[in-house]
Design a protein. Structure first.
Length: 371
């Protein structure tokens, strides 16, 4: 019986029905067998009692009927007692097999509720409970990931805020104690650090909203080519000399995509800004092309590039590559994480390809609108 329940995976409703049916059949069979075995025995005992009486058959007919009734009543009583006991034991055993996983789920969820996020539910033989366990484990993994990211975020934010706060505090203490003379350069330094703090806070707020799915994304049919042209023109005006050029490489007509125009511009501005920061000479190419049902957009530069060991971490919060530290790039370290999340919220994906000393390519796709 135990092997049967292990091998056959039945719905919970079917298991409950079959278990009650099994209990009923067991009780009936036990009742019949007990009645058959005990009634003849009790009747035989009644006949033995009548053998001592010397009388005609007509005289003992009433006693025979009374003895049969007594024997039958006793057999029925014992059949009920034994059948009910068998049914109760069998029902208890089946109920234990069904309720035991529920009690285990209760224990695990209670531990999870008090903060033990590593608790997981084991798989169950009952399909409904197994689906419940799978859903709970998926939820637990997500919550554990959120909690881990929250701790990392607090640690990263504390680390990033410490530097500008230390600089501002040092300047203010020096001014208060008369050790530093006030000057325009000092004030500009304080303004620069406060703007850095403001940028960090704004980026963190935007990233947290994006990761939580609360950042508004207004998807609509969008023609990308005018946006690409305007961005190339805008960034070209920022170039000081002719050692670096920004160009556009895309067909004159691109398919309509489902995207948020403002968020797409934010993504491209961030990627082009990074390319300008890491590229001193050569070119920056904003390229677009279609592939199947996707519109790909790439920002290709001939700058410093990214080391192979740094590529897996490029989209992490507050992470800076060795090249960024060498060039003393003072970004918030959140732009790429925000950009990738914005692409994902629009139904796309972003990736990076790079060779150290030769350049970097950030590319992403957006779904094409064929309506």
């Amino acid at each position: 019986m135990s092997n049967y329940w292990r091998k056959v995976s039945l719905p919970l409703a079917t298991r409950l029905f079959l278990s009650h049916l099994l209990v009923m059949l067991a009780a009936i069979i036990t009742f019949v067998i007990t009645g058959i075995l005990s009634s003849s025995l009790f009747f035989f005992l009644q006949l033995e009692g009548l053998e001592v009486i010397e009388s005609d058959f007509s005289d003992i007919r009433g006693d025979l009927m009374a003895g049969f009734d007594t024997a039958w009543n006793r057999s029925i009583l014992w059949a009920v007692i034994i059948g009910a006991t068998t049914a109760g034991i069998l029902n208890y055993w089946l109920s234990r097999r069904i309720t035991q996983p529920l009690k285990q789920i209760e224990r695990v969820t209670q531990k999870f509720a008090i903060g033990d996020l590593k608790q997981r539910l084991p798989s169950s033989e009952i399909p409904e409970l197994n689906r419940l366990c799978t859903s709970f484990n998926y939820l637990a993994e997500n919550l554990e990931g959120v909690e881990q990211r929250r701790r990392e975020l607090i640690g990263d934010l504390t680390h990033e805020l410490r530097t500008p706060l230390t600089v501002i505090n040092g300047y203010l203490e020096g001014l208060a104690e008369g050790q530093i003379e006030p000057s325009n350069q000092l004030y500009f330094s304080l303004i620069r650090e406060t703007k850095r703090l403001q940028r960090l806070i704004n980026d963190m707020q935007e990233l947290s909203k994006a990761e939580a799915g609360y950042l508004p994304i207004n998807l609509a049919p969008l023609s990308v080519q005018p946006l690409l042209s305007s961005l190339v023109e805008r960034f070209s005006e920022q170039l000081i000399d002719d050692s670096l050029v920004i160009r556009l490489d895309c067909p004159t007509e691109l398919p309509i995509v489902l995207a948020d125009g403002d968020r797409l511009e934010q993504i491209l501005v961030n990627l082009l800004g990074n390319a300008l920061a890491y590229t001193e000479k050569g070119s920056i190419t904003l390229k677009a092309w279609t592939e199947e049902k996707r519109l790909w957009i790439a920002v290709i530069d001939t700058g410093a590039g990214i080391a192979p060991q740094d590529l897996p971490h490029i989209f992490e919060r507050f992470w800076r590559s060795g090249t960024a530290r060498t060039l003393n790039y003072r970004g918030s370290g959140l732009g790429l994480a925000i950009s990738r999340r914005l692409v994902e919220l629009q139904g796309g994906a972003m990736k990076v390809e790079s060779q150290l000393g030769k350049g970097t390519t950030f590319l992403f796709f957006l779904p094409v609108d064929f309506t």
